[in-house]
Design a protein around this ligand. Structure first.
Ligand SMILES: [Zn+2]
Length: 219
């Protein structure tokens, strides 16, 4: 908040290249990030939990997401959420009239405290600004502080995320009145979204699919 207020007078360096920029992310870095965009983001919209991913998790895009999460640059999330929303509208894999509830994958309280924000929630906020879908941030609660998934095999990932979520009291009493679209920053094997969907299904809450900013190409 203070940063956006101050930026009316001061110009901040681009978080990715440190050049003083007109925009929060300089034009040059925006172009670089945009080069990771998939031409067919709806390509993986198949199966039980179909996926819509904006771009390839690699190079500048993976660096940008790391900056967002570990170097306190929420403005990168705003940009990526906007791009994800625009791409969804352009390549919408569902009926464009359909109402949806967007649920960002929650962080544990511990992680939220350390990071100060949930990157999925930031991305979801701007995604919903563009798509006009309903954003709900308190549908699921993360009750387990899981380890980072990087370097874990499929079974280890499943065990790591098992029983990590519960449906919030609010949703147990008042389930959403439209299907849920799960949103995460990165999609690797889908272990997290599958576990989240499983818990929601146990409460008869329908999950239509998952969306992510970046999808890894190697598993
Ligand atoms: Zn830059």
């Amino acid at each position: 908040m203070l940063k956006s207020f101050l930026s009316l007078w001061l110009k901040f360096p681009c978080p990715l290249c440190q050049r003083i920029a007109e925009d929060t992310i300089c034009e040059y870095c925006q172009k670089k990030l945009a080069s990771y965009q998939f031409s067919n983001p709806q390509h993986n919209w198949i199966g039980k939990i179909p996926l819509f991913a904006w771009g390839k998790y690699d190079g500048e895009l993976s660096r940008g997401i790391a900056k967002l999460k570990y170097d306190n640059h929420p403005e990168i999330g705003v940009l990526l959420g906007n791009w994800l929303g625009q791409s969804w509208l352009k390549n919408c894999p569902v009926n464009s009239q359909q109402k949806l509830t967007v649920l960002p994958i929650p962080l544990s309280q511990k992680k939220l405290k350390t990071r100060g924000f949930n990157q999925a929630e930031l991305i979801a906020k701007d995604f919903c600004k563009v798509t006009k879908y309903t954003l709900v941030t308190k549908g699921l609660i993360r009750i387990k502080d899981t380890k980072a998934m990087f370097g874990l095999n499929s079974l280890q990932r499943q065990n790591n995320i098992k029983n990590a979520f519960r449906v919030s009291d609010t949703w147990q009493q008042n389930p959403p009145n439209s299907s849920v679209l799960l949103l995460d920053d990165i999609y690797t094997r889908g272990t997290t979204v599958k576990e989240a969907a499983k818990v929601l299904h146990q409460h008869n809450i329908k999950v239509i699919g998952a969306i992510a900013v970046a999808k890894t190409m190697k598993n």
